[in-house]
Write a protein that binds this ligand. Structure first.
Ligand code: GLN
Length: 493
C-alpha cells in the first residue's frame, strides 16, 4: 500500500502545499487503493474517478500559479450518498433513487469543493439513513475492515469503513441518532456530530429534519476538526442554520493534543454506567477515563434521569418526520417509476413505485410515523415524545451547569456479526442507546477510539453544550494523545 494513503489529511495538505507531491498523485493513490480493496470492503456505491482527477488537477494548477491553498486543498474525501452531488449519482442507499443525478450540490459539498478537497465518490449507507449496520442498504452491506464478517456500523458505515480501510483520509457523514458516531466507534475512527444547525442541511436528503446533522469522519481528531471547520457555518438556504461563527474546533483540537486537561470537568452519566453495555466496552471506557484523569481532568457523576426515555421518544419523532419527508418519493419527481403503462391511475403508479422502491425498514418507519401522527393518536405519541424531548434538554442544561462536557461509551457493543440483529428491530435500535440523547437535545457529540474489546474497536463519546463543539474536540484530542489511534489488521494479507 502506498504511503500516501496512510497519511493524515494534515500531512497530505502540507505536502501538496509544499509541492512535495501533487494532488493528482495523492488522488490516484487513493483511487488505486479503492480498486485494490473495495471489492472486499464495499464502502463505495459510486467512485467518481474522472471528477476526482479533474478536481485534483485544478488544485495543482492553482498551486502552480502561486495561489494560496486552503488547509485541506488536495485532500481526498468520500461523501455519504445522502448528500446531493451535482451530476453524480445520489441514491441515499435506496432503489427508489437509483439513477438520480442531482442538478445541484448540497451546501457542505459545495464548501468541500471550494476548499479544494477532492471528492472521490459516494459511500454506502442504510437506506435513507435508517439503521445501524448498513445491512438495510438496497445495494448490499459494507464490511468492517477489522473483520469482514462484521458490520461497520450505520447508517454511515460506508464513510467510516472507507477511512478505516485507507481508501480516503476524510469522509462526510450525517448523524440523526448516531450515524456518524456509532460507525466511528465500531471501525476505530473518529466521528463527530456538530451542533444541530451548525452544519447546513441544504441538499441533504431529509430523514428527520429536526435531528439530521452533517459532520466529519476522519482517522485523527485534528483532521476531523479541520473538515468540521470547512463544512460548517451559517447557510441562508437552511432555515435552521445558526447565524453564528463556527466554534474554534481546530484551535481546540491543537490545544487538546498538548495533553493538558487541567480544570476540565467531565460528567459521567450515571444512567449510562454499565447499562446494557458489554463488559469489554466498559473496561476500555474506564481505562480511558483513568487516562483522562492523569491529564488533569476531574470526573464528576451526573444524573440525567430522562435519558432512559430517549430511545422510545426518538423512535416516535424520527419516524414521524420521516413519514412526512419521504412522501416526496412518489414516482413522479425522481428516480424509479413502476407500472406507468397508460392503464393505471396516478395513485396506482405511486403505490407500485413505493412498494418496489422502499425496503422493509423504511416501510416500517413510514408506517410507525404515519400512525404516530394520525389524529386521535397524535397527542398520545408524537406530542408525548416532544415533551420527553424537552425533559432531556433540561437534563443536558442542568448537567452543563455542573460540568464542561458529558462522557459515555459511544455504543453498548462492539461491531456485531452480520445478521445477528436484523430479525429484531429493537435489538438494532439499541446500538444508538448512548448517542440518541444528544440528537434530541441538539448539542454536539464526538466518538474517538479508546481501545479494543475482543480485538475490536471501542469508542469513547464526548458530548458538549450547543455551539461549544470546541470543548469536545479538546477532550477528544487529549484522549487521542494519551491512547493513540487504531489501525485495522491488513486487508491485503
Ligand atoms: N440508527 C438510528 C436509526 O436507525 C440512527 C440513524 C442515523 O443517525 N441516521 O434511526
Amino acid at each position: 500500500m502506498s504511503d500516501l494513503t496512510r497519511m493524515t489529511a494534515v500531512e497530505i495538505a502540507a505536502k501538496v502545499a509544499d509541492g512535495e507531491v501533487s494532488a493528482e498523485e495523492v488522488t490516484r493513490a487513493h483511487l488505486d487503493r479503492i480498486a485494490a480493496v473495495d471489492g472486499q470492503v464495499h464502502a463505495f456505491l459510486h467512485v467518481d474517478a474522472d471528477g476526482a482527477v479533474e478536481a485534483a488537477r485544478k488544485v495543482d494548477a492553482r498551486r502552480a500559479r502561486g495561489e494560496s491553498l486552503g488547509p485541506l486543498a488536495g485532500v481526498p474525501v468520500a461523501v455519504k450518498d445522502v448528500m446531493a452531488t451535482r451530476g453524480v449519482p445520489t441514491t441515499a442507499g435506496s432503489k427508489i433513487l437509483e439513477g438520480w443525478r442531482p442538478p445541484y450540490d448540497a451546501t457542505v459539498v459545495e464548501r468541500l469543493r471550494d476548499a479544494g478537497t477532492v471528492i472521490l465518490g459516494k459511500t454506502n449507507m442504510d437506506e435513507f439513513a435508517m439503521g445501524s449496520s448498513t445491512e438495510y442498504s438496497a445495494y448490499g452491506p459494507t464490511n468492517n475492515p477489522w473483520d469482514l464478517g462484521r458490520i461497520p456500523g450505520g447508517s454511515g458505515g460506508g464513510s467510516a469503513a472507507a477511512i478505516a480501510a485507507f481508501e480516503a483520509p476524510l469522509a462526510i457523514g450525517t448523524d440523526t441518532g448516531g450515524s456518524i458516531r456509532q460507525p466511528g466507534a465500531v471501525t476505530g475512527t473518529v466521528g463527530s456530530k456538530p451542533t444541530y444547525g451548525g452544519t447546513s442541511r441544504y441538499g441533504l436528503i431529509a430523514f428527520s429534519s429536526s435531528l439530521d446533522t452533517p459532520g466529519p469522519c476522519a482517522r485523527t481528531v485534528l483532521d476531523a476538526a479541520l473538515l468540521h471547520e470547512v463544512m460548517a457555518g451559517h447557510d441562508w438556504r437552511d432555515s435552521t442554520s445558526i447565524p453564528q461563527p463556527v466554534p474554534p474546533v481546530v484551535e481546540a483540537a491543537r490545544l487538546g493534543l498538548t495533553g493538558d486537561l487541567t480544570g476540565m470537568r467531565l460528567g459521567l452519566v450515571t444512567q449510562f454506567d454499565g447499562e446494557g453495555a458489554e463488559p469489554g466496552v466498559m473496561a476500555a471506557f474506564r481505562d480511558a477515563l483513568a487516562a483522562l484523569t492523569k491529564l488533569g481532568a476531574e470526573i464528576v457523576d451526573v444524573s440525567c434521569p430522562h435519558f432512559e426515555y430517549a430511545l422510545p421518544a426518538y423512535y416516535l419523532i424520527a419516524p414521524s418526520e420521516a413519514s412526512s419527508n419521504l412522501a416526496r418519493f412518489d414516482g413522479v419527481r425522481y428516480g424509479l417509476r413502476v407500472g406507468d403503462d397508460g392503464t393505471r391511475s396516478l395513485e396506482e403508479v405511486m403505490s407500485l413505485t413505493r412498494e418496489a422502491g422502499f425496503g422493509p425498514e423504511v416501510k416500517r418507519r413510514i408506517m410507525l410515523g404515519t400512525y404516530a401522527l394520525s389524529s386521535g393518536y397524535y397527542d398520545a405519541y408524537y406530542g408525548q415524545a416532544q415533551k420527553v424531548r424537552t425533559l432531556i434538554t433540561q437534563d443536558f442544561n442542568a448537567a452543563f451547569e455542573q460540568v464542561d462536557v458529558l462522557v459515555a461509551p459511544t455504543t453498548p457493543f462492539v461491531a456485531f456479526p452480520f445478521g445477528s440483529r436484523t430479525s429484531d428491530p429493537y435489538q438494532m435500535y439499541l446500538a444508538d442507546l448512548f448517542t440518541i440523547p444528544t440528537n434530541l437535545y441538539g448539542g454536539p457529540g464526538i466518538s474517538v477510539p479508546c481501545g479494543l474489546s475482543e480485538g475490536l474497536p471501542v469508542g469513547f463519546q464526548i458530548m458538549a453544550p450547543t455551539m461549544a463543539d470546541d470543548r469536545m474536540y479538546r477532550v477528544a484530542a487529549a484522549l487521542e494523545s494519551a491512547v493513540g489511534t487504531l489501525t485495522p489488521p491488513s486487508l491485503e494479507g
